[in-house]
Design a protein around this ligand. Structure first.
Ligand code: COA
Length: 163
């Protein structure tokens, strides 16, 4: 079975991620969406909360499985019998970062792992979780960027943080 992996922080998951993931799931028999930590980031939602939101988002798509993992992506892939990473590419600014990760993952997996990229649609080209957090913190509208359930979670989280 061809298993692909889409990795990310998802702090929180946005419609930009969802768009790419739904397209990625059509390319493989099973797509595992794995929620990971980037050691350089400070997160609004913890790993379990991020995983929960991603699970909720894809609960009706049968060939998408959602997991979280602490550690190297290549180790997760080995444990889950996959050698294919699928990532989205937005504007040119993503390119260098994505290439760095793709090369590193290939090297540390002893050339086993390949990364392929799906171009983001124009609509979500400049969307990021930082933009979403910024809009949310300032009480702006989020329906263009987030599914209803995720919007509810971020509003609750921010209300808690402000207490
Ligand atoms: N639509 C909207 N936003 C998107 C997007 C899309 N299609 N694709 C990426 N983004 C945004 C994210 O929202 C995020 O925004 P933010 O930085 O403003 O919060 C940003 O692009 C990058 O997100 P992501 O793709 O999740 O990368 P990341 O740097 O947060 O994390 C990991 C990347 C977690 C996959 C990576 O660090 C990892 O694999 N960690 C495990 C350890 C490891 O194996 N490291 C690799 C060795 S080099």
């Amino acid at each position: 079975m061809k298993i692909g992996v889409y990795s990310g922080s998802f702090d929180p998951i946005t419609k930009g991620h969802t768009e790419i993931i739904v397209r990625a799931a059509k390319l493989v028999e099973k797509l595992i969406v794995v929620v990971l930590n980037n050691v350089n980031k400070k997160y609004l939602f913890n790993l379990e909360e991020r995983e929960e939101m991603v699970k909720e988002t894809f609960k009706n798509i049968v060939n998408i499985e959602v997991k979280s993992f602490q550690g190297l992506l290549v180790n997760f892939m080995h444990e889950n019998n996959s050698t294919l990473i699928i990532r989205g590419l937005r504007a040119v600014s993503d390119y260098e970062y994505e290439l760095t990760m793709a090369f590193a993952n290939k090297e540390i997996s002893e050339e086993e792992i390949e990364t392929i990229f799906i171009p983001s649609s124009k609509k979500y080209m400049y969307l990021s979780s930082t933009v979403v957090r910024e809009v949310a913190l300032n009480g702006g509208k989020l329906n263009l960027y987030l599914d209803e359930v995720v919007e509810k979670k971020i509003r609750e989280k921010i209300a808690l943080e402000k207490k």
